[in-house]
Design a protein around this ligand. Sequence first.
Ligand SMILES: Nc1ncnc2c1ncn2[C@@H]1O[C@H](COP(=O)(O)OP(=O)(O)OP(=O)(O)O)[C@@H](O)[C@H]1O
Ligand SMILES: [Mg+2]
Length: 368
Amino acid sequence: MKGCRVDLRAISKSFGTYQALKDVSLSIQKGEFFSLLGPSGCGKTTLLRLIAGFDDPGAGDILLDDSSILALPANERHVNTVFQSYALFPHLSVFENVAFPLRLRKKPSGFIRDEVARYLSMVRLEEHRDKFPAQLSGGQKQRVAIARALINEPAVLLLDEPLAALDAKLRQHMLIELDSIHDSVGITFIYVTHDQQEAISISDRVAVMNEGAVLQVGTPQEIYESPADLFVARFIGETTILVGTVVRTGGGAAEVNVPGLGPVAVQSAKALAPGNTVTFTIRPEKLVASREKQDLPGNGGNCFQGVVEEIIYTGFLTKFFIKAGGTTFRVFRQHGNLPRGGDSAIAWRDTVYLGWQAGDAYVVEVKQ
Ligand SMILES: Nc1ncnc2c1ncn2[C@@H]1O[C@H](COP(=O)(O)OP(=O)(O)OP(=O)(O)O)[C@@H](O)[C@H]1O
Ligand SMILES: [Mg+2]
């Protein structure tokens, strides 16, 4: 496998009195597709700029395959960056834009011709080689920028929201292309985005950031199924959050009293004791809603009555917002997956049954 391992050790960075990065440590594997995910202003670009060498950290170290690169200028780091804004040379053709880094290094013209052809084919732009940037679509421009960033064969490619300027359909398409480009070059990709859907659909692992700190590092499945804290639970996907007090434990599930709702059965790998305050989340696809009580999970399951506040049809699924005991539950039902005679019949303002299994909730926080 090509590419490098990237280690960030206790990185901090301040601008004046504002601390943009707080003690960030990450270990990114060779050849990994790794995403930095977090809301606007959380420090993603700042972190990328430190790796690229456009700025210096106030504290900490950055290592590529065990060697510190802090003392190296940007052009000696074997790291290249793709920006949101393409940054193409408008007066150069597609071919010359991609050839530019090789011309700088005074490579022979035969070598340049072959290499540019190879990378243009990888990003599927052979037919557009003689066009100028102004004659290209957004997705094509971004592919030129990617080819230009790859042609020097960096060990690490940094991508700062490279798809942000594209429309939703093209973004989806470019994500698939990026994935296949990553497969064919085999180097380490560090991808910055504030779009959780993008991050979880393409990454091997994701670091979720907020306010300059890393809150959780994990596979897309880990951060979705087992969020480290409430911020991550809310930021990744949609969910319903409940807070209650443990009344008793034993028999495989704890009984948690949720104000307004009553006793709820909760299973958790975390140790729960009577008197604890627990915060737990239930993902919308784990919830079942129906006008018929018999459609709901039986033994050991939770079942409440609620009123449908809102129904949003999204094409492949319907989102129901159902209010029960003061909490609005988000329930997603994929079409073609409806219980027979079940919630297809649910209408706005209906009173329905709402249920889930004790093991389908995930306990995020336990307080004594
Ligand atoms: N050169 C600078 N001088 C002062 N403050 C800065 C500078 N660069 C970044 N910041 C601040 O640091 C914080 C993090 O900025 P950064 O650009 O890293 O955020 P981000 O996560 O990339 O956000 P976005 O998703 O909007 O691109 C912000 O509050 C920003 O205002
Ligand atoms: Mg940014």
